[in-house]
Design a protein around this ligand. Sequence first.
Ligand code: SF4
Length: 893
Amino acid sequence: MKWTNVRAPPVLHDGCSISTTCPYCGVGCGVKASAAEDGCIAIAGDETHPANRGRLCSKGSALADTVGLEGRLLTPRIDGRAASWKTATDHVARTFKQTIEEYGPDSVAFYVSGQLLTEDYYVANKLIKGYIGTANIDTNSRLCMASSVAGHNRAFGSDTVPGTYEDLEAADLIVLVGSNLAWCHPVLYQRVEAAKRKRPDLRIINIDPRRTATSDLADFHLPLAPGSDVALFNGLLRTIEAEGAINPAYVEAHVSGLDAALATARQATYDRVAEQTGLSPVALARFYAQWIESERVVTVYSQGVNQSTSGTDKVNAIINCHLATGRIGRQGMGPFSVTGQPNAMGGREVGGLANMLASHLSIENAEHRKAVQGFWNAPVLPTSAGLKAVDLFQACREGRIKALWIMSTNPAVSLPDAASVREAIEICPFVVVSDILEETDTTRLADVLLPAAAWGEKSGTVTNSERVISRQRPFLPAPDGTRPDWKIICDVAAGMGWRDAFDYPGPADIFREHASLSRVSGALGRDFDISGLAAISDHDYEDLQPTRWPVVNGTTGGRFFADGGYFTADRKARMIPVDHRPPATATSEWFPLRLNTGRIRDQWHTMTRTGRSVRLSRHLAEPFVEIHPEDARRYGLSAASLAILSSGRAEAIVRVLVTDRTQPGVLFAPFHWTTEWSGRALIDDLVTAHVDPISGQPESKASPVSIAPLEAAWYGFAVSRHEMRPRTDYWARAKIAGGWQAELAGLERPESWEAFASTLLGVGGDRAVVVEDGSKGTVRVAFARRGRPTGVLFASRSPVELARAHVRTLWDTTADVGDLLPGRPGANRPDPGATVCSCFDVGINTIMRAITENGLADVGAIGRVLQAGTNCGSCRPELRQILTLASERAAAE
Ligand code: SF4
């Protein structure tokens, strides 16, 4: 399937394809880039990659839409002026050096990204820890999985993911905790879905405050209170003991700390856990019974567990249950952390977090430091952890960090209390940003911009959530003026006087050094050892097939810990006594609701790439908040109205989605929309900056907020051939085929709708048609040039009711303004409704009609009739929901 207009480079012609890796989530799917028949780039899943076997989700399928040069940063800039690479890197090197000379090494910091390749990460970590001499390097992966790292280290003595994806398929019971796999790790979800189809007795339990697309696949859903996972799993541990399900042989041989953990867990009686989690004793008993009676149980967890001030304790509460029962390291069982980012694991391997060294070695361990320093021949090495993400930006605000380098990430909108982070970046005297895009909320605040090569242009490796190292291979030439991140870092290091230590001809040389360092790690008894790849030739590196670590003496990795062998001094795992703690900030009279933040199916992080895809923008095209019907009534909010969310420090305006999928007292809002895409929807501005005391991971899912209606005087929906940048009180824009769309609202009605629409739509001089209905309070203003529609604004006193999918479709096809003005299809052309399947642009009304008219009973039947769900499969959970809705409606009739 081909979606893009970007021409394939010569390397992809004559039937050639290049295997690479998807740059989005931690599933780490293999991708093949090739040339389509018309010469444009085509993207497909790689059938040979073990993570996905040819599958891709909606985001992966749309990758080719994101590889154009639109918006790219193509020349270094110093204070807004173009500069040569030499001038820019010399300037960065000189300023960092002067800062260090004047204020010491701890006055500088790097903030990096799980989007970086392992080779980029390796040299960044080597430069700052081994040569600059500070551990002030942290990564946006801190926001994603730092609690899992801390929990692993506490329990296993190492940051080891014990199992593999195949364990999910081999399990009898999969427990998904704080993990909307269907939207956040869609291909893993598809593997689970396929396993369940093949083996209907595979049971799935979903534990999440929200009922999500994932819940619909589950046998049952436990909507626990936000932040109460420790109580729930302590109750499980208590029941494991009560039911005699402890595995004494495994514990005796391989585990310590059982008695202390049980002493705490015994407080978790049914009544107490029911009170803390909000779950009924019956629901608890059902969950506990199923967990205990299933020998092969995998407990999968992600951000819902990690993003909490008790995230590390939650991870250990889960691991405790697996250790007590010995259900770890064997096929179909174990605790399983899935990472959010494509190379969060690679970052962990090279020590890209402030509290790690390299190769899973410990910064606090003198023997480890000596080994790394000796290996690098480094002049210096910090003896203690550096500043973690939230503290790092706080240090900028306080003037302690005087030079900061941000690589491939957008902290100005993605960190909690993001307004304070923007202030911190502004206060910091010298800020360097290396990125692929010229305009992001963070690049706008930089003193120096360094243009990085993008996904399709970079060469290196990434590691996915199951420890599989994959090659990311370039299939596009890097545009003139850009450089790969590893090269930029090495150029700056050379400018600082360390040319010899950073004189790498290419990423293969960095990888060999990284693999060689892991031999040192292996010799010190650590888990991460890929020394079997230390002598890899350039040719073999180029051809490297997906490989699970460890890689030692010709063998590659499988599972860990079936027979113990933990990475602690006595080789035993540690059970950790943990107790329930509520979220750090209590709700109050003024901020009575908890805000849970997260992702949607078709967007990635701050939309810098996925926002460019028309196809991905069809699904959910504006920021929204999910609110329970009871709360909507209480706060005077109706469906599709606009709401102001407030944390006391910041406000955001978003569309209201009334649904019982969220529980009373809890709101859900996605964090993707930045100032590029919406007027005032910076959700991370509302998130409190409280962090887990051990992992430093912020609590992104339980911030106290208030909600109130936005009293808008008018609402609007507009489409234009031109790129709209609205200035109204509320707006959200998205790309559509043939132009742009915008949702709008204002506190005051414009004096002249025609003049207002002309400016908004960028259609000055075009012929206007204005249709105003005073009694209904509606206005429609359309513009045309030489008979072709150039822009249309629909405005109304209440949220605009029109068939948006119909307008979008017509926009790209009609030559007649008159077709567009009704905003609804005629009787001869049914309204498709909101897009469900982005790949084939199939709307909910079309699906409902097809179900009713053709008696469709399952997702496969919908696919056969409408194609929906037959490409990437990401909409299959929603198709299942629609089938349920249709049968409920039929039963009610
Ligand atoms: Fe990419 Fe989707 Fe695979 Fe994640 S599941 S790696 S986003 S294709």
